[in-house]
Design a protein around this ligand. Structure first.
Ligand code: 0A1
Ligand code: ZN
Length: 881
């Protein structure tokens, strides 16, 4: 394993390379344990660079087995080769030269799943961020772009398929039992976008005609026999290609676009040029195995990777500090795509829920970092929700500031100006400044200052002057390395409503820029006065979550109930319902902790049930409204000294009160929200299922027996309903005979399908309470569990640590100690996975003192272990700091 070197990389140290890479010619002779890689690299010294500088290429666990300079073997005195680098001296001053580098690597032994590895009997690569250096010595950084030719030689029977980036050049037999294929990618690309796949897979094929009339061949490769399950992904791909043409004017640029689904993958998917590699979880779907959430994820991730072809591949990052340049922008693009394909309001609610539950804790804890960081020790640890999701929110705010046309002009300029380049966030922002004439200097602080801004608002109405005054104050909390912050430019979408629910339009506003219903908060404090307001208004602030902030605004339950009923923006209605729910949930947690009875306030219950029963609202929205903030959301709002058991007990008590009060409404919804005909994964049908299943959850709370959920389990004809019923059974009635029977029948039915068995593991990992740890230990010995598979690990250990506060956070600290043991074990094989699961400890300081101490000791146990990877050492040290 590559153990920690302690080296910190700083943005301020960025320098262009001394050598320009002109061309790359790679030849792979594939073998499971001894793959020979010959890399022919043509360089010339960059004009102006030191004429005596040696070339230093990156490696990672490599051994050099041959080195030629311009076809002549190099004398060992001219170079130094270590596993981490290859240095060659005395190179030509300005003339191009060719290095031919031979390495021999072992894909079978590559358990890190970075570089070239084996999964399910096929060869596959993952090179982002620094995996290419595990294949050959190379200037493995995103600002080194070149056209690649790739030759692949392999056994023909075992590997009928030989794939790489770009267009297919040709192939033929190659000696006894072997064959070869050649690929050429004309688009200069950095090494992190390189891909190779070889093996025996099934395929589905289609075509797409681009806006200029070119026909592109589309292929999705999956395990033999699973071809029909790739149909939805293909449909999503074609819709993505069309959408990018219509919305962003972006056309695909090769003759072929391929996707390969693999079963061992560290992340969701990878946007390699023309050859995307996917975690099979985000490709394979049919009604029997995939939930509606799975379908939505597949659609979003297929789109995300495809959209990278322009935002990431054609225009890439100058260095890894600029990761949000491609990720934040591409997440924004995939969010917009899904919003256009589905319900915009419901999609926005889901995005904000995810942002708050994943990014806000990161931004408020020891791992907080700016969207554009300035230093890192291990880049793999910066594929974070801050870079991705907050990065997307920052892009969304630019769109809000500039308006639809202004944003489009800026994007067009970005594509025109920087096509084929590796650029920075400053280059990106400059395009919007140049296109709009707007100064975005203060706005850019969103890229540089970590922490979730807290905006405190208070209002007062002056009837005599017919004016309403809103006082705003912003505070950005201190984060690691950033003790004090400058005020930011916060665009707040805002509207005023009258007591009758109608919108009030002010005649004028002073004290703040207010254009197109967006109020611009730029000062640390600011007072805006709205004139022409004939009666006391109810204010709706941060509609649609126009800025990723925490808002403190004391509004009465009556005012919130008015917004929940009358806001024209449905996201804001959901926000009002959440704002009504939260104080009840926080009080319930406190009361449960003190052994007091939990009582939920009537306005909240009435408003919530009225929303549930309102047939004018789309079912998917109603399901979102009824899904109360999670236990970790409540913990975050409580802020500190948290007792997961009390939070759980309080929330359960509130659910029961809502369930009892709304029993008839829920029974009605359960009966009415049915779909007819064949299963369809479309958003409308998914919404009906979501509302029906939410009603089932409440009915199970009201009835306190597993009978109805078991009947639903037995009757289910799709995975959404089946897994929902199983979740109710396992989480609410874990010890019942019905639950044992359902778990066993689910396991027996799907034992052959690892992706479905992951759901079985995850549902059990999420069972609340101290007893779950024992169940998890037993499940790890189940023959269906495979420690080396990242999906299996995430399903069992990941779900337990991230999504089971009472199980993981059991009072005796055993959950944390269990995790420490798992992290050390995983780290030996797959550091990236270990580090990611370890981030589940990021909020340990907000636990009550006894649990916090258990958590701290578990972290110290990890920190003290010998031979930690850079990945885990980086996370554990920052978490403890
Ligand atoms: N760029 C991919 C995700 C990805 C990131 C890192 C990886 O290894 C460290 C692998 C994949 C995306 O955004 O989809
Ligand atoms: Zn991405």
């Amino acid at each position: 394993m590559r153990t920690d070197t302690g080296q910190v990389i700083h943005l301020a140290d960025y320098r262009p390379t001394d050598f320009v890479l002109e061309r790359v010619d790679l030849t792979f002779e594939l073998d499971p344990t001894e793959t020979k890689v010959e890399a022919r690299l043509i360089f010339h010294r960059r004009p102006g660079a030191d004429p005596a500088a040696p070339i230093v290429l990156d490696g990672d666990e490599l051994t050099l087995s041959g080195l030629l300079l311009d076809q002549v073997e190099l004398d060992p005195s001219r170079y130094d080769a270590t596993p981490e680098s290859l240095t060659v001296r005395d190179l030509p001053e300005s003339a191009p030269f060719e290095l031919t580098i031979t390495t021999v690597i072992n894909p079978e032994a590559n358990t890190k799943l970075m570089g070239l590895y084996r999964t399910g009997g096929i060869y596959c690569t993952q090179c982002e961020a620094e995996g290419f250096r595990r294949i050959t010595y190379f200037p493995d950084r995103p600002d080194v772009l070149a056209a690649f030719t790739v030759n692949i030689i392999a056994d023909k029977d075992a590997n009928p398929l030989l794939l790489s980036n770009g267009n297919f050049l040709g192939g033929a037999g190659y000696g006894p039992g072997k064959h070869f294929a050649a690929w050429f990618d004309p688009h200069p690309k950095p090494s992190y976008l390189f891909a190779l796949v070889a093996g025996d897979l099934g395929v589905i094929e289609d075509t797409f005609t681009t806006m200029s009339g070119r026909e592109v061949v589309l292929k999705i490769y999956v395990e033999h026999g699973k071809e029909p399950r790739a149909a939805y992904a293909m449909d999503a791909l074609k819709r993505s290609m069309k959408w990018d043409e219509v919305r962003f004017g972006r056309e695909y640029d090769l003759d072929i676009f391929m996707i390969v689904a693999v079963s061992d993958f560290n992340m969701g998917a990878m946007e390699n040029k023309g050859l995307n590699v996917f975690n099979d979880k985000y490709v394979l779907a049919d009604p029997e195995i995939a939930t509606d959430a799975d379908y939505a994820n597949i659609e979003a991730i297929i789109a995300h990777e495809y959209f990278h072809n322009w935002t990431g591949n054609r225009i890439t990052c100058r260095d890894w500090f600029q990761l949000c340049l491609k990720e934040g922008l591409t997440v924004y693009r995939d969010h917009e795509f899904s919003s256009d394909q589905r319900s915009r309001a419901v999609k926005r609610i889901a995005e904000v829920r995810h942002l708050k539950s994943e990014q806000f804790p990161e931004d408020g804890g020891p791992l907080a970092h700016p969207v554009r960081p300035t230093k890192y020790r291990e880049i793999n640890n910066f594929y974070t929700t801050t870079v991705y999701e907050k990065g997307s929110e920052v892009t969304r705010m630019i769109a809000t500031l500039l308006g639809k046309d202004g944003f489009k002009k800026g994007m067009d300029l970005y594509f025109d100006r920087h096509d084929g380049q590796a650029v920075t966030i400053e280059d990106f922002v400059k395009c919007f400044e140049d296109a709009s004439g707007r100064d975005l200097t203060q706005f850019s602080l969103w890229y540089h200052q970590a922490g979730t801004p807290l905006v405190t608002a208070s209002g007062s109405y002056d009837a005599a002057a017919a004016s309403f005054t809103l006082s705003l104050e912003q505070m950005i909390p201190a984060t690691p390395g950033q003790p004090s912050k400058e005020p930011m430019h916060i665009p707040l979408s805002l509207a005023l409503f009258g007591e009758n629910g109608g919108k009030i339009e002010p005649t004028s506003v002073d004290g703040a820029e207010y254009i197109g219903e967006v109020l611009h908060l730029t000062g640390r404090t600011q007072t805006a006065t709205f004139h022409g307001i004939a009666s006391r208004p109810v204010v709706s602030i941060n509609r649609g979550f126009s800025a990723p902030i925490n808002l403190h605004f004391d509004q009465s339950p009556a005012d919130l109930a008015l917004l929940a009923r009358h806001e024209t923006n449905h996201f804001a209605r959901w926000q009002a319902l959440t704002d009504l729910a939260l104080p009840n949930l926080l009080k319930a947690a406190r009361d449960a902790r003190e052994g007091k009875p939990v009582v939920c306030e009537a306005t909240f219950i009435e408003t919530l049930i009225a929303a549930a029963a309102d047939d004018a609202l789309e079912p998917a929205f109603r399901a979102q409204a009824l899904a109360l903030p999670s236990e970790s959301d409540i913990a975050r709002e409580l802020g500190g000294n948290n007792d997961p058991d009390a939070i759980h007990a309080g929330r359960q008590a509130i659910l029961k009160q809502i369930a009892d009060a709304g029993k008839d409404v829920f029974a009605g919804l359960y009966a009415a929200m049915t779909t007819s005909g064949d299963f369809s994964p479309d958003a409308k049908s998914a919404g009906l299922r979501a509302l029906r299943n939410t009603a089932l959850t409440y009915l199970s709370h009201a009835e306190q027996t597993p009978a109805r959920a078991k009947a639903a389990f037995d009757a289910a004809n799709n995975m959404t309903d089946l897994s929902h019923a199983l979740t109710i059974l396992a989480h609410r009635f874990p010890d019942s005979a019905e639950t044992s029977e359902a778990l066993a029948s689910f396991r027996d039915r799907f034992a052959e399908n690892a992706l479905v068995i992951d759901k079985w593991f995850a549902i059990q990992a999420g069972i609340p309470g101290a007893k779950t740890l024992e169940r998890i230990r037993a499940l790890m010995d189940n023959p269906l569990f495979k420690r080396s598979n990242p999906n299996r690990m995430r399903a069992l250990v990941g779900t337990f640590a991230f999504a089971n506060p009472t199980g993981f956070g059991r009072a005796d600290g055993d959950g944390y100690r269990f995790l420490a043991g798992q992290i050390l074990d995983i780290d030996e094989r797959n550091p990236q996975l270990a580090a990611r699961i370890l981030t589940s400890m990021r909020s340990w300081r907000s636990l009550e003192p006894a649990r916090a101490e258990h958590a701290r000791l578990a972290l110290i146990e990890i920190e003290r272990a010998a031979d930690l990877s850079t990945d885990v050492r980086d996370i554990v040290e920052r978490t403890l700091k």
